[in-house]
Write a protein that binds this ligand. Structure first.
Ligand code: HEM
Length: 450
């Protein structure tokens, strides 16, 4: 390779490691399909709606979750819905779908409001106008919601221990990824591996104890009774063809999957919504007016009535999709949008690029929640907006996440003035999820203060 080409490749790899988001150059926002020169694979960035449909829906069997993603997800999450494939995935998806159906998820409204009330009490105990990292607070909020919806009161008392063990757990999974990514076999010793294993075992032990206690509680109850959270139906779900329930490894993996898939993603959706509203007095006013009216009404149907707030969340998910890129690997050779793709090609569909694509959106970089208001919503193409993916592997928690973000945003905007600190610099960083690079330093003041 000539030296300039090597330099270009080196720069690309360095950027990929630092912030993959910065790899997208102008052409990707104009071209429906673009080829990228990676050293070992053919890679294609696909932002043509028909080609996306081909990959994620019509020929999903030929476009598999790529091995890089799967290696990162290995370990404790390996037996969960996000990682399993083929027949096991089909069975699990069928068993878990009822847990996340719209009606089941509507029952979580109380848990969401409880977690928001806890956050409100914490914020009210601070000095009015104090600046702190609102993104970190959103991560605490969404974890609280997950703890309440998965276990109801199952981890009461040990909450801080649970949270620090969980954070250590996911940090380790991220680190293990680096060697696994290179395909180094598991038999090769890793530095510090025993310590890492202890961190994993510790948190998995906590989850196993919670499962064990719940199993014993449910054994003494009639079939329809038990705490109304996700753990009860997870333990009671039966495979329709064999009549068997999930194994302990599968229950544990799915709990870890819900915690990891539903935590940072929803926190980022909320953080970006709050940030965007801090820049838009007009939409801030509309959200507050709606929140004052609707939060005073019945809890039933609350998410459906928060039309403006939900449009803000959906617009935030467009501009800053928490999962900024999806990837797949081709099994057999295929033709994609007229381009020949070999087996084992990497296909990247980046919602971040798609949602700002010049061929698909008017003024793509402008914050305009009106796009998602009922009058205009129908004009958005089915394959132009994919914050939750599409096709068989679409996010199972989409209704849950939208409901949580909508209700929490409405309540927080009604209760607090949340304004960006004057010296804050906000820039999106893609590190598994799309987050503000240096957090969100914001000044928070209760609205009924003074
Ligand atoms: C899958 C995004 C919240 C659980 C996915 C996928 C995306 C996504 C894009 C598809 C990945 C692919 O096709 O490669 C999001 C976003 C969220 C969110 C943006 C918040 C705003 C949640 C929540 C849960 C959850 C709250 C559960 C508590 C899952 C699971 C899968 C998944 C289990 C795998 C589904 C399967 O493969 O069958 N999510 N998610 N997600 N998500 Fe979410």
């Amino acid at each position: 390779q000539p030296p300039e080409a090597r330099l270009r490749l080196f720069r690309l790899l360095a950027t990929l490691k630092r912030n993959p988001l910065e790899c997208w150059s102008a052409e990707f926002f104009r071209e429906p399909i673009a080829r990228v020169g990676l050293p070992f694979t053919d890679a294609f960035l696909v932002h043509d709606p028909a080609a996306i449909r081909h990959v994620l829906v019509d020929n999903a069997d030929n476009y598999r979750k790529d091995p890089i993603q799967r290696r990162i997800l290995a370990s404790g999450l390996a037996d969960g819905l996000l990682s399993v494939e083929d027949a096991r995935w089909e069975t699990q998806r069928r068993m878990l779908a009822p847990l996340f159906a719209r009606r089941a998820v509507a029952a979580f409204t109380e848990a969401i409001l409880t977690a928001v009330d806890r956050l409100t009490a914490r914020w009210r105990s601070r000095v009015p106008g104090a600046a702190f990292d609102v993104a970190a607070e959103m991560a605490l909020l969404t974890l609280d919601v997950l703890a309440l919806t998965i276990f109801s009161d199952g981890i009461a008392g040990d909450y801080d221990e649970f949270r620090s063990a969980m954070n250590a757990y996911f940090a380790v999974i991220g680190r293990i990824g680096a060697l696994d990514l290179l395909g180094v076999p598991q038999s090769v010793p890793r530095p510090g591996r025993a310590r890492l294993r202890r961190t994993l075992d510790y948190f998995e032990g906590i989850i196993d104890r919670i499962i064990d206690t719940r199993r014993r509680v449910l054994a003494g109850l009639p079939a329809g009774e038990g705490p109304s959270d996700l753990l009860t139906p997870l333990l009671r779900a039966l495979d329709p063809s064999t009549g068997q329930s999930l194994s302990l490894a599968e229950v544990r993996s799915n709990i870890l999957t819900f915690l990891s898939a539903g935590h940072e993603t929803t926190a980022n959706a909320l953080s970006w919504s709050i940030f965007l509203l801090s820049q838009s007095p007009d939409w801030r006013y509309r959200v507050r007016e709606e929140a004052a009216r609707e939060l005073a009404g019945p809890v039933e149907g609350l998410t459906d009535r928060l039309v403006v707030t939900r449009a803000v969340v959906e617009e935030a998910l467009r501009l800053y999709p928490p999962i900024a890129a999806l990837s797949r690997m081709t099994k057999d050779a295929d033709t994609l949008g007229g381009v020949a793709v070999k087996p084992r090609s990497l296909i990247v569909i980046a919602p971040y690029v798609l949602h700002r694509h010049l061929l698909l959106w008017e003024q793509p970089n402008a914050f305009d929640p009106a796009r998602f208001m009922p009058a205009r919503r129908g004009t958005i193409g089915r394959f132009a907006y994919l914050p939750f993916g599409i096709g068989p592997r679409i996010c199972i928690g989409a209704s849950f996440a939208l409901q949580e973000a909508t209700i929490a945003l409405a309540a927080l905007m009604q209760r607090f003035d949340i304004m960006l600190s004057p010296d804050a610099k906000v820039w999106p960083l893609q590190k598994i999820t799309l987050r503000p690079e240096s957090g969100l330093p914001m000044r928070v003041t209760p609205r009924d203060c003074g």
